[in-house]
Design a protein around this ligand. Sequence first.
Ligand SMILES: N[C@@H](CCC[C@H](N)C(=O)O)C(=O)O
Length: 277
Amino acid sequence: MTKLRFTKMQALGNDFIVIDAMSQTVALSSDQIRQLSNRRLGIGCDQVLLAERPQRPDTDIRYRVFNADGGEVEHCGNGVRCLARFLHEKALLEQHELRVETRNGLTLVHLCDDGAIAVNMGPPVLEPERIPFRPTKQASEYALALEDKRIMIGAVSMGNPHAVLQVDDIDSAPIDTFGPLIMEHADFPQRVNVGFMQVISRDRIRLRVYERGAGETPACGTGACAAVVSGRLRGLLDARVKVNLPGGELMIYWDGGDTSVWMTGPALTVYEGEIRL
Ligand SMILES: N[C@@H](CCC[C@H](N)C(=O)O)C(=O)O
């Protein structure tokens, strides 16, 4: 039997089990991730995050992200803010600027004096083959065949893949039906996170996200970035946008082109413990 120390954290209700994999040996199978994430059989969370020693010399920490379904993925916007908070609270890293190694790149995180955490998420990836999305010419919107319907989506990678639908009202949007269908759509070979975006004004949207490997969550950081990028590309939004998610608010800034997307929001510790596996 293995004992594992963990910290339970949340960012706008998107919740995480954060594990220091530097001071303890951690080798979790997909089954164990599913068990930890299960809200009855384990601790319960949307994602498990591992803080590991960096492999790249130009970074301070490596973080790995596992969805509640056990699959490892590339990135997590709310998760990277929780990771930064965790490292500071544990005095594992003390600087206010952190260079975080992700599965496919480098993310810069800044702990602000007012308690918020700002993340430079890097430029969005829009080339379909890099999202990855079915081979096609890059566009701001694509038609997607969904059973007998044809819907319009934006497709963006923020390190992880996102489809963004514009809806009139997120309260009545078909999240539970369209969410799983689009997530598993054959045009997205790695599956996809699905955002439902309601544009309120050029600087405010409402958003719900059906996450790959976790289902609908109260908030999704990379989803908020992808929605603003998609809204900008469709000519609907300005550069600075307040994103209202069911769990709270994120500020997203994107100046277009190859510039980085910035995300600012909270991250909090809930409790700490030890679990037997
Ligand atoms: N909650 C996250 C995204 C977590 C990963 C995602 N479900 C995926 O599979 O890519 C966020 O805040 O960005």
